[in-house]
Design a protein around this ligand. Structure first.
Ligand SMILES: CC(C)(COP(=O)(O)OP(=O)(O)OC[C@H]1O[C@@H](n2cnc3c(N)ncnc32)[C@H](O)[C@@H]1OP(=O)(O)O)[C@@H](O)C(=O)NCCC(=O)NCCS
Length: 150
């Protein structure tokens, strides 16, 4: 498995995984905006096949994980962990001292991944996500990155 920078050429594969992995997937435009705006975007691949990807916004002194996703056929094998660790180290190298993210209250696999990696819940946002004809609440998590300084 190799980690690399995500580029426009990867978008067909990414969009295909995104559609299978999320009930409410990101649009192509959201990935294009992330790439154009210089967000940290990485893929984890085996040969030419993308297994997962992560998109992180780095701003003054902090970063925000906007999307992390692993192909449903490859979940539970450590891909999410590798993507998260790599992106957090890269964000730390760019000066981020804290990482933030939102997650659906129902997303147990993602919550487990974040809590295993030192994220702690610091808040919530009511009705943050679409959920059919209703909305779902988000939990807000934060992790300090000072231990990653090198
Ligand atoms: C969340 C997600 C990225 C995790 O990726 P993954 O490659 O399956 O996770 P990993 O195999 O690296 O697992 C890391 C940890 O997460 C936990 N975990 C992962 N999948 C789990 C599952 N289905 N059930 C319970 N815990 C799970 C495990 O505790 C694991 O810890 P361990 O390393 O001690 O075993 C993946 O499930 C996914 O893409 N989900 C759909 C998209 C999504 O919801 N993204 C998050 C949006 S906030």
């Amino acid at each position: 498995m190799t980690l690399g920078l995500l580029g426009f050429r990867h978008l067909p594969q990414v969009l295909e995984i995104e559609q299978r992995a999320y009930p409410w997937p990101w649009s192509e435009g959201m990935f294009v905006d992330s790439l154009r705006n210089g967000h940290l975007c990485y893929h984890l691949s085996e040969q030419d096949r993308i297994l997962g990807y992560i998109v992180v916004l780095v701003t003054a002194g902090e970063c925000h994980i906007l999307n992390i996703c692993v192909d449903p056929n490859h979940q539970g094998k450590g891909c999410g962990r590798r993507l998260l660790e790599h992106a957090l180290a890269a964000a730390s190298d760019l000066g981020a001292e804290d990482a933030f993210l939102e997650v659906r209250v129902s997303n147990d696999p993602a919550i487990k991944l974040y809590e295993r990696h030192g994220f702690q819940q610091v808040g919530g946002r009511r009705h943050y996500y679409p959920a059919g004809d209703q909305r779902e609440d988000a939990l807000v998590y934060r992790r300090q990155l000072l231990d990653l300084k090198r």
